[in-house]
Design a protein around this ligand. Structure first.
Ligand code: C5P
Length: 235
């Protein structure tokens, strides 16, 4: 799995995806989320893999353990490099997800890595308190979900840049912290609330960054991708 910024392909047709990718002359790390997957189906995963791209299949599964296990058994056969579940589904659900992936990975291949969504990067402190009625700070809730994910043998979590270094302190340097909510300085935040720049993410200990609209809605996506990549790679 490469470490380049993951581009969120939040499009609704294969034509839009191919039109966007035709601008690039390199192999990318792309994210297929529910918008694309639910409208075009599983073949988009195999097609992008055949084109040489790494794929993060971001379906954020959250259901009873047995259902998630069966779904993951099926997803393992698609060849995605990285998949995820909502950590809020609980320890047993996350353990079942890993079991399903192990059972479904074709012989001789490495099982996809799996991460848990802690708190969405669009979630605010007020939502945690007033809507989820969780009697913890947002950061404490994210740390709690991260420890549960680690206990369930997940490879890491999706979190915001603001929590990455604390998670690594608790769960170890090798525990993946995949961070969306990335914007260039002065860029539109859209619906995200816990955001950071690519270099901010690097300095805060993110393992991988996910960038969507800052690139896909840019007037020059390749140029913007290169800027994001340069900022991310600066040590
Ligand atoms: O356009 P933007 O860069 O905000 O896109 C972020 C992408 O990452 C979206 O596809 C969104 O679904 C996804 N994501 C997120 N926050 C999470 C998990 C996934 O924004 N916690």
């Amino acid at each position: 799995m490469n470490q380049t910024p993951i581009i969120a392909l939040d499009f609704s047709t294969k034509e839009d995806v191919q039109q966007f990718l035709s601008n690039f002359n390199e192999k990318l790390f792309v994210k297929i989320g529910m918008e694309l997957y639910l409208q075009v189906g599983p073949s988009i995963v195999t097609e992008l893999k055949e084109q040489g791209h790494d794929v993060f299949l971001d379906l954020k599964l959250h259901d009873i353990p047995n259902t998630v296990k069966s779904a993951m058994r099926g997803l393992a056969q698609l060849g995605a490099d990285l998949v995820n579940v909502h950590a809020a589904g609980g320890l047993k659900m996350m353990e079942s997800a890993v079991e399903g992936l192990e059972a479904g990975t074709p012989a001789g291949l490495r099982r996809p890595q799996i991460i848990g969504v802690t708190q969405l990067t669009s979630t605010s402190e007020q939502q945690v308190r007033n809507e989820q009625k969780i009697n913890l700070s947002l950061k404490e809730s994210v740390l709690n979900y991260s420890e549960l994910a680690k206990q369930a043998r997940l490879d890491g979590v999706v979190c915001s840049v603001l929590e990455a270094s604390s998670i690594k302190q608790v769960c170890g340097e090798d525990f993946l912290c995949v961070t969306p909510g990335i914007r260039l300085e002065g860029g539109d935040t859209h619906d995200q609330t816990r955001i950071a720049t690519p270099d901010g993410a690097r300095n805060a200990g993110s393992s991988l960054i996910v960038v969507g609209r800052a690139i896909t809605q840019s007037a020059n996506p390749v140029e913007t991708y290169e800027i994001v990549k340069r900022l991310w790679e600066v040590k």
